[in-house]
Design a protein around this ligand. Structure first.
Ligand SMILES: *Cc1c(COP(=O)(O)O)cnc(C)c1O
Length: 401
């Protein structure tokens, strides 16, 4: 991810000209600390933690775990050092792959159009990734794609709430139950989203599967000032195993198993607790911006993202008719000092590091999305005047050439 590099480059471009007529740059991301009052609270909290002398897995982490549990229907939460490790420990705690005490031919079904950490986690626990395609009008894979991918060695499904949309997860959870498969939800991008099940109940993303993995990377819906992540489990025994695994298998003076160092820092936990006090407001602001964007391009030739009411809008991703159209919009926006990002330029099954594990099968919709998708700025600190500049700059499809 190079969000900060793009933002910096665009800012440099805007300020180098020293032209007073050029509008200020709109970065791809701006964190909570851009609010001076919040920055003050965060600085104060950091000072207190530094003076406390407790820096890892202390009272801040414990309090954060309790607050996150309240967001996830009371599920037990285990704080770790990143979303990437959260995925590894979720699979291992559930018993998937050799690291989890399972088999080296355990298979995990996951989307190809997602962040690379999803595939890394499957390989890191000593299991095999089986990539599925997304649909042509959605970023999520269909039930049908999962049905075709299930085989005798399938142990688990990794369901990813890409860009903030968890709406497909309940049906996938029912599918997993019907097939006796474990389900890990990757809610790195959709913490705060809700989804509605077949029985009409609406629940938070992260409460549908056996485990969920969260990331607090700065650009996520709940962001730290560095790396941090967490897991939540339906079954307290799995949570206990994850607690051991995050700290070298340690519990009560003994190493019960071999684990790793995936502990969370007190500083990140303290900052996240402050960010949590703003979380409902931040989500509401994301949804407000999304409504403006959706209205601006409704009925235009631009493909809008699926817009379920429970969407957490971590990223707002448009799709254009071709890579040439997409790249023209990127250039147009860059010329107006508006930063954009491409998630994801290459689906996982085509990545050099992963292609060999996939075996060359085409996943055409993932490949098409990778060519045509573009994320525009979407964060609570984005001002209304900036939103309007972005709406104008993307313009109507007739401007796209
Ligand atoms: C960010 C992200 C991760 C990894 O989280 P880190 O905290 O950056 O390690 C995993 N999956 C998805 C879908 C993500 O967006």
């Amino acid at each position: 991810m190079n969000a900060s590099r793009t933002a910096t480059a665009d800012f440099a471009q805007a300020s180098d000209g020293a032209s007073t007529t050029q509008a200020a740059a709109i970065p791809f991301f701006r964190g909570d600390a851009s609010d001076p009052a919040l920055a003050e609270r965060m600085t104060q909290a950091c000072g207190e933690i530094l003076r406390s002398g407790v820096y890892v897995l202390g009272s801040q982490v414990k309090a954060l775990e309790e607050s996150l549990a309240a967001l996830l229907g009371g599920r037990e939460v285990v704080a770790v050092n990143s979303g990437s490790d959260a995925l590894v420990l979720a699979l291992a705690a559930l018993g998937v792959g050799t690291l989890g005490g399972g088999r080296d031919d355990d298979e995990v079904i996951l989307p190809s159009y997602t962040f690379v950490a999803c595939a890394e986690a499957v390989l890191a626990v000593g299991a095999r990734p089986v990539f599925v395609d997304c649909t042509i009008d959605n970023f999520a894979p269909s039930l049908q794609a999962h049905r075709q991918a299930v085989g005798p060695r399938t142990r688990a499904v990794l369901a990813v709430g890409l860009f903030g949309d968890a709406s497909h997860i309940p049906a996938l959870a029912a599918f997993c139950r019907a097939h006796g498969l474990l389900m890990v939800e990757d809610i790195a991008q959709c913490l705060g989203a809700t989804a509605t099940g077949e029985d009409g109940t609406t629940r938070p993303a992260g409460t549908w599967g056996d485990a969920c993995a969260m990331s607090f990377y700065p650009t996520k819906t709940l962001g730290a000032a560095g790396d941090a992540g967490a897991l939540a489990f339906a079954d307290a025994r799995h949570a206990r195993q994850a607690r051991r695994l995050r700290n070298h298998g340690h519990e009560d003076g003994e190493h019960h198993c071999l684990g790793r160092n995936s502990r969370m820092d007190e500083l990140q936990a303290g900052l996240l607790r402050i960010a949590l006090t703003q979380f409902p407001r931040a989500l509401a602001r994301r949804r407000q911006i999304a409504q403006r964007y959706l209205g601006a391009w409704a009925g235009s030739g631009i493909h809008l993202p699926p817009s379920d009411a429970g969407h957490a809008w971590n990223y707002f991703v448009l799709r254009f008719g071709s890579s040439a159209q997409r790249d023209a919009v990127v250039a147009d926006l860059a010329a107006q000092a508006i930063a954009t990002q491409v998630y994801y330029r290459q689906p996982l099954h085509l990545q050099r590091a992963l292609a060999a594990t996939h075996g060359g099968r085409k996943l055409p919709h993932s490949e098409s999305h990778a060519r045509c998708a573009l994320a525009i700025p979407m964060y609570p600190a984005l001002r209304d005047d900036e939103v309007e500049r972005i709406v104008e700059a993307v313009g109507a499809p007739r401007d796209l050439g």
